[in-house]
Design a protein around this ligand. Structure first.
Ligand SMILES: [Zn+2]
Length: 170
């Protein structure tokens, strides 16, 4: 390579690298200005028609233990108690327990714990729905639970006793 060409390249390289521009200081935002003085409050009813912020406010999330849930959970407990009582009623009449077994339901304390655990599980499922924002499903968990348990209890009470009563005076 001719020396002249090398020199030209050298010069070109020098001219092509401009000096680094000094870094501009970050634009500093001035301290927030003093808020504008609030407009004088309009007198009378026109104050209620103040313009609302453009963003629609979120619907308020209810507390988990609000009145509705309190009633629903009481209903679940009541329905569970109905199931408990109706099952024992059926057992006294010599009917067999369909879902659990006779030994379990004949141990009344254990059976009561199972019924209570069922109600507590239902409340827990409701809480999960509430936690993740499914407030309608949250309610329906209790409503369906009450319906199913009450229906089952009614069915227990309506089950026919297998042994016919002895004829009167017989
Ligand atoms: Zn909820």
């Amino acid at each position: 390579m001719p020396a002249q060409l090398l020199a030209q390249q050298d010069a070109a390289a020098q001219t092509q690298s401009p000096p680094a521009a000094p870094q501009a200081p970050p634009a500093q935002t001035p301290p927030s200005q003093a808020p504008a003085p609030a407009p004088p409050e309009a007198a009378g009813s026109s104050a209620e028609k103040a313009p609302k912020p453009a963003e629609a406010p979120k619907p308020p999330v209810h507390r988990f233990w609000d009145q509705t849930n309190s009633y629903l959970f009481a209903g679940v407990l009541g329905a569970r108690y109905l199931d408990f009582a109706s099952t024992l009623n059926a057992r006294r009449r010599g009917l067999d327990e369909a879902l659990l077994n006779n030994e379990t339901v004949d141990n009344h304390a254990a059976f009561a714990v199972i019924e209570f655990a069922g109600a507590a599980t239902s409340v827990g499922v409701s809480y999960l729905f509430h936690r993740y924002g499914h407030h309608s499903l949250e309610r329906w968990t209790s409503i369906i639970h009450i319906s199913v348990a009450t229906f089952g209890a009614g069915r227990n009470f309506l089950l026919k006793t297998p042994h016919p009563a002895p004829p009167p005076g017989g």
